[in-house]
Design a protein around this ligand. Structure first.
Ligand code: DX5
Ligand code: ZN
Length: 239
């Protein structure tokens, strides 16, 4: 299976990653096709184990089934106590990018190596209460940092605007070490706050409710989010 790790994308482009958590799970195939027709850049898959977060979603067999219905890269967000146990099954099921939590019980550097060895790009994420300094040691090896702008576990929560400062701080940390990694934001993103996120240095936008439950339809919702490209800072030469 040919993988499309996120290292293939430049971080001066605003990418939209709709989260299927908000879609109709009984119609996954048509929801994926609708997201692809709407020109989403990838698909965000929230994997929850009922321990790391108080909710359960789906596992590798469902991801493998979904893989047949879209060519878009799968941006997998693991909310698991033991991510290292599930990297291989998700990579085999069709993940292109795998993000795990710094708060989980694992050796982060080893998990990043595991992800890269399977041909995927690697992401680290942190809960709203975790400071940016917690991820500093793994940053040089990371392809994307995911800034959680709600407590992980559920879709449809309210955006925490203070998380934008954290995104800007992480963009500075990345720049200091010469990294062109992506910064993604996840939780409560709408067409009203997406430009603020882009202006803060975020270039990958996760949106569940704002895409799959948009009254104006999925296509218009994705286009509206892409429009925040204009708000992305212009710097990053060589990115
Ligand atoms: C929450 C998940 C999010 C969620 C976002 O734990 O990580 O990806 O689906 O949903 P919205 O966009 O509805 O806040
Ligand atoms: Zn997520």
């Amino acid at each position: 299976m040919i993988k499309h790790p996120l290292s293939e994308f430049k971080n001066n482009r605003l990418l939209v990653s709709p989260s299927v958590l908000a879609c109709n799970f009984a119609c996954l195939a048509s929801e994926l096709e609708a997201a692809e027709r709407a020109e989403a850049d990838m698909i965000h898959l929230d994997i929850m184990d009922g321990h790391f977060v108080p909710n359960i979603t789906f596992g590798p067999p469902v991801v493998a089934s979904m893989r047949k219905y879209t060519a878009l890269p799968f941006d997998v967000h693991l909310m698991l106590v033991h991510p290292e146990r599930y990297i291989e099954p998700f990579a085999e099921a069709g993940a292109d990018h795998i993000t795990f939590h710094i708060e989980s019980e694992c050796d982060p550097a080893a998990v990043v190596r595991q992800i890269h060895a399977l041909g995927c790009s690697a992401g680290i994420t942190l809960k709203p209460g975790t400071p940016a300094s917690a991820i500093e040691a793994v940053l040089p090896e990371i392809d994307m940092v995911l800034v959680m702008s709600v407590e992980p576990g559920f879709g449809g929560q309210k955006f925490q605007p203070e998380m934008l400062k954290k995104a800007t701080e992480i963009r500075k940390m990345l720049r200091r070490i010469g990294s062109h990694a992506h910064i993604e934001i996840d939780g409560g993103i709408t067409h009203e706050n997406v430009r603020d996120a882009a202006a803060a240095g975020v270039n990958v936008i996760v949106a569940g409710t704002a895409v799959f439950r948009a009254p104006e339809g999925i296509r218009a919702a994705v286009a509206e989010l892409h429009d925040a490209q204009k708000a992305l800072p212009k710097e990053e030469p060589g990115s």
